[in-house]
Write a protein that binds this ligand. Structure first.
Ligand code: FES
Length: 116
């Protein structure tokens, strides 16, 4: 079951920028392509470096540490060396009124909040 959390105002995220957001202890990046929002954990699947410190080149996010590349709509690893198990960890995202909501179910954040 989805656990939607509002993580930011829609007006605060921009296309062409790596937008940071948080849901509890969960650090996220929000990427926008043609108005659609894509959310991923702010951790590179290689060694965990913050992807928010990376760079965008068109529809590709490049990690700043070892330059692995990821397609922003799918999170798929697209560097020249094929690493099929190294895609970004995605979270469902949606626009609701003026906000951006992320489905945090399965992340540990949903359970953490219920315990408080
Ligand atoms: S930590 Fe991102 S490419 Fe190595």
């Amino acid at each position: 079951m989805a656990e939607w959390r509002c993580v930011t105002n829609a007006s605060e995220i921009l296309e062409g920028r790596i937008n940071k957001a948080r849901a509890g202890n969960l650090n996220l990046i929000l990427l926008v392509a043609d108005g659609e929002v894509f959310a991923y954990a702010d951790a590179c699947p290689h060694e965990g470096h913050a992807l928010s410190r990376g760079e965008l080149q068109a529809d590709v996010l490049i990690c700043a540490k070892h330059f692995w590349e990821f397609e922003i709509r799918t999170g798929r690893h697209v560097s020249r060396v094929n690493r099929p198990q190294c895609n970004l960890k995605p979270f469902a995202a949606r626009r609701v009124a003026d906000g951006i909501e992320i489905d945090v179910s399965g992340s540990g954040e949903a359970a953490d909040e219920e315990e408080n």
